[in-house]
Design a protein around this ligand. Structure first.
Ligand code: ADP
Ligand code: MG
Length: 186
């Protein structure tokens, strides 16, 4: 094995070696809350979309994420090629907005993230708000920042299974070689 092995403890907030290896990371790990309570740990995949990076909203969106009690355990700013966006949104291939969505997602830099916390998938969907900002609840990211149903500022996985797939799809070989992805802070 050529990768670096980190000392790994599930009471810490993230285990880089597991994220890097793409294994074990979604299972029912647990961690201690600041009050010492044992909680179920989950991860979800997030994207800050081009409309948001263009308007310098990365920090404002991250503040919403962290304010909701989700921890940003991996983050990278990238620019997708057509093939990346097509692959990521393949589930929507048959939808009328697919081509436009791929064009939009490759129109500028995005920030890909792994978020961690109790009930991370459902919690982040709640913080994001409805797909169409017109229908999003007050205080949600999409209500406050989205421009339109297409340029709606963020993506979040819709199930733990898809979170696992999306994390694996977007954080892989490059990261596996790098030992610079942050490890625990707690
Ligand atoms: P969500 O991102 O809330 O999970 P979907 O999975 O249904 O929503 O759609 C994926 C993305 O496709 C949306 O976030 C949005 O960017 C885009 N999209 C969805 N519906 C439309 C639409 N009717 N017109 C244009 N773009 C759309
Ligand atoms: Mg979706």
């Amino acid at each position: 094995r050529r990768h670096t092995r980190f000392k790994c403890d599930w009471s810490s907030d993230v285990c880089s070696s597991d994220l890097l290896l793409g294994r074990r990371y979604m299972a029912a790990q647990s961690f201690s809350s600041p009050q010492g309570k044992f909680m179920a740990k989950e991860r979800t995949f997030s994207i800050i979309k081009p409309d948001a990076t263009r308007r310098n909203l990365t920090g404002a969106i991250n503040a919403k994420i962290e304010g909701a009690g989700l921890r940003i355990v991996a983050q990278r700013r990238v620019k997708w090629k057509q093939a990346d966006a097509k692959k990521f949104y393949a589930v929507h291939k048959a939808r009328p907005f697919y081509k436009d969505l791929v064009k939009f997602m490759t129109s500028g830099p995005i920030v890909i993230q792994v978020l961690e916390g109790e009930n991370a998938v459902a919690k982040y969907r709640q913080v994001m708000g409805a797909t169409n900002p017109a229908n999003a609840e007050a205080g949600t990211i999409r209500k406050e920042f989205a421009e339109s149903i297409k340029a709606n500022s963020v993506h979040g996985s819709d199930s733990p299974e898809n979170a696992k797939k999306e994390i694996k799809m977007c954080f892989k070989a490059k990261d596996r070689k790098s030992t610079r992805l942050n490890s625990s802070h707690t």
